[in-house]
Design a protein around this ligand. Structure first.
Ligand code: BGC
Length: 451
């Protein structure tokens, strides 16, 4: 097929995404408070190779260079997140003007270069002071978050038209409060249930606040979304297991937002969430978002397992299957997953518009004579964009695609090992080198290459 950028339409937003904690560094500079990730990364054996993000990509200082690269690559939209503790060091109350000024400089520089800024309010770096009070498991978070959202719209609304409330609530509540593999490292079913409900409330409360100040703005929130399949075909128990995992990973946050409540029927242990629901919450949970952000990286295969409590299911990682290609995250390369995920979201009639707010792949890169020919990543992006096009042609209202991510960065519990960037970073020297995938994206955006 011959598909050019133009085939997606003029109103299709092409972009690239980042997140504050993964790139900024300067974790204690200019009045910034600590976040749960600053704390978590100082603990032993939580992060691969005990890496931390004290410096990360030094983007706090190098943002002009990185944003200039976005311009050089002809990428018209840039999604980044605000570090809550940089602007409210204690989570609430005192505003750190130096933090506000910093993000204003970032925003203004984007605009100066003709790049449209998209702000994510929350990409996992909760102020540590709030975690000391229970963090997402404390219902007061709905007031703390509302205050934070208000500070952001009041200070950045002069220039920012596109807003994303939460990044992947399933991941930060599940990995953070139930599995304990992400900050704040809590392992409690009860705390997870509470955190999940409060995050659900915050996604709609945050959106309402943005809309009330900026009625013309475009507001959405993002969800991790994995296409799931039973490990053994026509195996009833695996099919049932896949359905349960689907309720947990794919439906738990989107369905209350759309007004369907929590998917308790398909995953009975979720009824534990009910004790956190107060009167009127059911009215607060739904919100008519302008768009839903879809973040898909792979498909997952689910097997019945009687030894895993509550869910009785486990995901069989790509390296344990007969898979020809998988990434440094042990995720199968399976571009059709993004098409299937888009179709599935499209089936929720209430969703107005979908934007792929993250998609990308981590592969090892080799520099040869200053050149990084990351063909696997380039092909991954090309094939995924192709699948997005296919869904669009079949009537899915998908209106944007953002690559994860601009530069190699701190990949949470995996440290600096996985490289997702379309720009390489030498973490010893902080030197940036545009990879072949980045140049390819630029050529595609300039209509110089087609799919
Ligand atoms: C997150 C990113 C992360 C990426 C790759 C998403 O879950 O939003 O912060 O780096 O996936 O794991």
């Amino acid at each position: 097929m011959f598909i050019s950028r133009e085939g997606f339409g003029k109103d299709f937003s092409w972009g690239v995404s980042t997140a504050a904690f993964q790139i900024e560094g300067a974790t204690q500079k200019h009045g910034k408070g600590l976040s749960i990730w600053d704390d978590f990364t100082q603990k032993n054996n939580k992060i691969r190779n005990n890496h931390n993000a004290n410096i990360a990509c030094d983007y706090y200082h190098k943002y002009p260079e990185d944003i200039y690269h976005i311009k050089e690559l002809s990428i018209p939209n840039y999604r980044f997140s605000i570090s809550w503790a940089r602007i409210l060091p204690n989570g609430t109350g005192l505003i750190n003007q130096q933090g506000i000024d910093y993000y204003k400089r970032v925003i203004d520089y984007c605009l100066e270069l003709g790049i449209e800024p998209w702000i994510t309010l929350y990409h996992w770096d909760l102020p540590l002071e709030l975690e000391k009070k229970g963090g997402w498991s404390n219902r007061d978070i709905i007031h703390w978050f509302a205050e934070y959202a208000e500070v952001c719209v009041k200070h950045f609304g002069y220039a920012v038209k596109n807003w994303i409330v939460l990044n992947e609530p399933m991941v930060f509540t599940g990995a953070g409060y139930f599995l304990g593999v992400h900050a704040p490292g809590v392992k409690s079913l009860d705390k997870f249930m509470a955190a999940a409900h409060h995050a659900s409330l915050c996604q709609s409360i945050g959106a309402r606040i943005i809309k009330s100040y900026l009625p013309e703005s475009k507001v959405g929130t993002t969800f991790s979304y994995s296409h799931l399949e039973p490990y053994r075909l026509f195996h009833e128990k695996d099919e049932a297991a896949a359905k349960r995992v689907d309720a947990l990973l794919n439906r738990l946050f989107i369905e209350p937002l759309l007004g369907f409540g929590y998917p308790v029927k398909d995953l009975p242990f979720l009824s534990g969430i009910e004790k956190y629901i107060k009167s009127d919450d059911e009215k607060t949970l739904p919100f008519d978002m302008d768009f839903i952000g879809l973040q898909n990286y792979t498909r997952e295969m689910v097997k019945h397992s009687s030894v895993i409590p509550l869910i009785n299911a486990k995901i069989i990682k790509a390296s344990k299957r007969n898979v020809t290609s998988f990434t440094q995250m042990d995720w199968e390369v399976f571009p059709r997953a993004i098409y299937l995920s888009l179709k599935r979201l499209h089936a929720y009639k209430k969703i107005k518009e979908i934007i792929v707010t993250e998609n990308g792949a981590a592969f090892e890169d080799n520099i040869e004579n200053g050149i990084i020919n990351d063909e696997k990543r380039r092909k991954f992006l090309e094939d995924n964009i192709h699948e997005v096009y296919r869904a669009k042609k079949e009537g899915v209202n998908v209106k944007g695609y953002f690559i994860w991510t601009l530069t190699d960065n701190f990949e949470w519990a995996e440290g600096y090992h996985p490289r997702f960037g379309i720009i390489h970073i030498d973490f010893k020297t902080q030197k940036r080198t545009i990879k072949a995938s980045g140049n390819w994206y630029a050529q595609f955006l300039k209509n110089e290459v087609h799919l």
